[in-house]
Design a protein around this ligand. Sequence first.
Ligand SMILES: [Zn+2]
Length: 232
Amino acid sequence: MKKTAKDTAPKKTKNLATTKVSPNKDIKKAKAKIISLGKQFHRRGWSLATSSNYSALVSRKPYQLLITASGKHKENLGMNDFLTLNDKGAPLEKTDEKPSAETALHLLLTSKENINSVLHVHSVWGTILSEKYGSTGGFWVEGYEMLKGLSGIKSHESRIWIDIYPNSQDITALAKKVNERTFSHKEFVPFGFLIRKHGLYAWGANLEEAQRHVETLEFLFEVTGRSLLIHD
Ligand SMILES: [Zn+2]
């Protein structure tokens, strides 16, 4: 019988909570970092064309979320290709730009304590694995040294569970599911999840940690995917 996500969900995993870090207060610095991430992720093939969206919380009280505007090519983001939103997703200044269609996921994730940046990419290996393991709701990644790129993991003798959700254009409904499932792994703080045939959402306590988590998870996805191609 095929294992379901419930059967394989982690039971006793160490608490991997990250240390407390303030939001990305300097808005100009946050924009410059996101622009540089767009170039890097485009070069790696994780953010081609206008896919992907990135955000950074610049203030929690009052809530102010810096997010990339919809429809922008990620190789060439400019300082004006951003919006600042309140906790309902409404722009705080008058603008002709539209926030990403996936804003509801950024709002949900950054409503969690200690998540101050969310980076969403559409990579080839993440997309392939999201389809391969989509019907079981996720998959384990285990035993790799690179797991130590994830905050709180100190040994290669660790494993993480990657949730996979069906793709949907109803992002509010998807965010509700993520809240109910990914954030109910009691002894397990996740670092990201996949959407089937779509891509990765990863996050961190600041932009730098979110970047490290994207790079680590994408490495692990590529290793997992390429390993499936090698036959004895
Ligand atoms: Zn997307």
